[in-house]
Design a binder for this molecule. Structure first.
Ligand code: CU
Length: 129
């Protein structure tokens, strides 16, 4: 009898965990809408190896989030992420930082180019579908 209860408890805990994961996945964390017609991910990491953004073109679903994982630059500085205008959200500029992760959620479709103004030629695009 005790063994049966123990198995049932484990099963209930497993079901509760799955429900929690499903609920978190459905929310997306930002309340934005998602586009079920695209295979673009909800969240994408962009890294700064050397003095480039990688991937250079980051594609996500509408309501998705880009995480810039900014590391120290070759010259010992950080990087910044500067959008032209505020169409990509505000603030348009994400300051020079290093060793941190910067998040930006995109709630409208479009192509949003950005650049690091510390390092000429260090550019990227966010495509939101
Ligand atoms: Cu840079």
């Amino acid at each position: 009898m005790i063994r049966l209860r123990s198995s049932r408890t484990v099963l209930l805990a497993a079901v509760a965990s799955l429900v929690t994961v499903a609920t978190l996945a459905a929310c997306g964390g930002d309340g934005g809408t998602t586009n079920p017609g695209t295979t673009a991910p909800d969240t994408l990491d962009v890294f700064t190896p050397g003095n480039i953004f990688s991937p250079t073109t980051a594609e996500i679903r509408v309501g998705g989030t880009i995480r810039w994982r900014i590391s120290e630059a070759n010259d010992g500085t950080g990087h910044n992420v500067i959008f032209a205008g505020t169409a990509a959200g505000t603030p348009a500029d994400i300051p020079v930082v290093k060793g941190v992760t910067v998040l930006r959620t995109f709630n409208r479709t479009g192509t949003f180019p950005y650049a690091c103004t510390v390092h000429p030629g260090m550019n990227g695009d966010v495509i939101v579908r």
